[in-house]
Design a binder for this molecule. Sequence first.
Ligand SMILES: C[S@@+](CC[C@H](N)C(=O)[O-])C[C@H]1O[C@@H](n2cnc3c(N)ncnc32)[C@H](O)[C@@H]1O
Length: 192
Amino acid sequence: MRATLGVVTLRSRWDAKVLPGLIERACRSHAILDERRRWVPEARGAVLEVGVGSGLNLAFYDPARAQDVIGIDLSPPLLARAAARASAAPVPVTLQECDAERLAFDRGRFDTVLVTYTLCSVGDLAASLAEIHRVLRPDGQLVLVEHGRSPDARTQRWQRWITPVWRRVGGNCHLDRDVPRALEDARFATSS
Ligand SMILES: C[S@@+](CC[C@H](N)C(=O)[O-])C[C@H]1O[C@@H](n2cnc3c(N)ncnc32)[C@H](O)[C@@H]1O
């Protein structure tokens, strides 16, 4: 019992104190910033950003297209980091603690849902995509940047092998999710 409690304490300290900084550093690489610069300005109208994290996308919204942004995340430490970026953003931003699997918004509320590097980490990918589908208007768009299962069989084996360890230290990040398949199952039509 003592050992179990010890592990729980260590894990929650890791998640609260160490992980937010690591996630932010990993998500600030040049390659990832280039993807943000390319895709975030596509957001238009009323925008929901799912898994806003420390707010690294907020500077890239185009005020000529995006009307306002609600950024949700499960992590209070990351939302606290996002708050400073929200006040400097080019569009009005509201931050809210909320679970992607149970979005606290009405059906058809948003023109755009923007998600970057978050579907790898949600607990239930199908439930999160169903919720995103529900809150989007029928003519709305999901702007998605994600990593996932490699098309190469050898890399897939490596991804399957390392994911159980990786997700424990990496905020539930899965390396091997088949995101295109999950999008199809959730009835999204894809283009890139
Ligand atoms: C790798 S980080 C990416 C953060 C941000 N999207 C970015 O591009 O910098 C994954 C994010 O997903 C959030 N997250 C994981 N599961 C979630 C859930 N069920 N609901 C909302 N946010 C979630 C985490 O707290 C974290 O902020």
